[in-house]
Design a protein around this ligand. Structure first.
Ligand code: F6R
Length: 247
């Protein structure tokens, strides 16, 4: 595991964006796995700026998002499709048909999961998977529990996840109860995983995920098995890990 700690969020965003930019320069047709939520917004801004400056192109890249809520009407501002258009896709030169997000309105959700899984298989391995971390240790919407799933599946959102995401909705009741998410197998198959975690409220969980036992109760703990895990933290998220390292 490569652990990088940044003095502030701007530096972290730039460094994460730079990792993606360098990959695209070496491999213009790279397959990227993407996350949504608060964590990657600044990274996407940095990527959009780099495209504007002509420093990188996404024209040959393919993207796969981790997840999408079930049941939000198409175009709803909290769908992850809308988020991706708003924060990244409309600012970069990627052809829309090269961007993939599960369809949370598919009439048959199981079929949609199979379709997404097939798309992932056809694309080959994800070159770089960008991940945020939930307060309960989830990655994508692979929630803590007795079992974890390897493949794309419909997940029931943990009450803590719905509470955390309520900040994006008008009322907590509006947060969907289910989502389609890539499974742990698809995530762990990526050549490189870039885990980005920010803020004092994630210091405990990132410490537990990266130094604690491997357990389905903390899905992100499985990342410890990955041979190319890059972790980028801001100072606040790193406090507990740093304390543990200094004995
Ligand atoms: C989003 C996703 C989630 C988030 C996690 C952290 O696509 O898969 O696992 O990365 O919930 O969310 P934020 O960044 O909002 O704290």
């Amino acid at each position: 595991m490569k652990l990088n700690i940044f003095a502030n969020q701007e530096q972290l965003h730039e460094a994460a964006a730079q990792t993606i930019i360098e990959l695209l320069r070496q491999k213009p047709d790279a397959v990227l796995g993407l996350a949504t939520g608060g964590t990657p917004v600044g990274i996407y801004e940095a990527l959009a700026a780099a495209v504007r400056r002509g420093e990188v192109s996404f024209a040959r890249a393919t993207t796969f998002n981790l997840d999408e809520y079930v049941g939000l009407p198409p175009g709803h501002p909290e769908t992850y499709r809308f988020y991706m258009e708003q924060h990244l896709f409309r600012h970069i030169d990627i052809p829309p048909e090269q961007t993939h997000i599960p369809d949370g309105n598919a009439p048959e959700l199981e079929r949609e999961c199979e379709r997404y899984e097939r798309l992932l298989e056809t694309a080959g391995r994800i070159d770089l998977m960008l991940l945020g971390l939930g307060h309960n240790g989830h990655i994508g919407f692979n929630e803590p529990g007795r079992v974890l799933h390897s493949r794309t599946h419909v997940a029931v959102l943990h009450p803590q996840t719905r509470k955390a995401n309520a900040r994006f909705f008008r009322t907590p009741e509006e947060v969907p109860t289910r989502a389609i998410t890539m499974g742990l197998g698809s995530i762990l198959k990526a050549r490189t995983i870039l885990l980005v975690v920010k803020g004092a409220d994630k210091a405990d969980i990132v410490h537990r995920a990266l130094t604690g036992p491997l357990t389905t109760e903390c899905p992100a703990s499985l990342l410890q098995l990955h041979p190319h895990l890059v972790v980028m933290l801001d100072e606040e998220a790193a406090t507990k890990i740093k304390r543990a390292a200094s004995g």
